[in-house]
Design a protein. Sequence first.
Length: 196
Amino acid sequence: MMILGLTGGIGSGKTTVARFFEALGVAVYYADDRAKRLMVQDQDLVASIKSLLGQEAYTTDGRLNRAFIASKVFADAELLQQLNQLVHPAVGRDFSKWAQEQEGSYVLKEAAILFENGSYKQADKNILVTAPLETRLERVMKRDGATREAVLARMEHQWPDEQKIPLADFVIENIDLEETRKQVNSLHKQLISFKK
């Protein structure tokens, strides 16, 4: 079975593209969602995060204190890197176990920072979803109710598309949903014809 990485900057529409692949019967591992789950359920990881960020990283009922964590790590690049060094190996192990349970010609691992954290190297092929900056900004501001400045600050923690494109095997430009769906269908036909 082939493993494909699927990534794109915030607001690019990578989750929309992932859903299009799911509609075609492809199993998709949502790394960011799984990471959030592991950060609560994996007790070794919980202990490591508390050691790094303090007890305030979790609410009294054991949920992630996402606002606290974001305020800490997005203000300190080194702290963000340390948190990622704790979370990414746990996600990698979880993905490997998940992938072994799947069927089909290929599976997708959807992750926001696939290139930035180097995990793209573990995939057989990688797909990058792109969209113009203004489109991405508008999407995220509408989706999250965030200010333009807040979205731009989050984007600073991701590589620009120009840095990712040379590492991608396939690029899907996501501006028009119907056109994006056509690109996904075409790529899917190509991928199921590959032999690993």
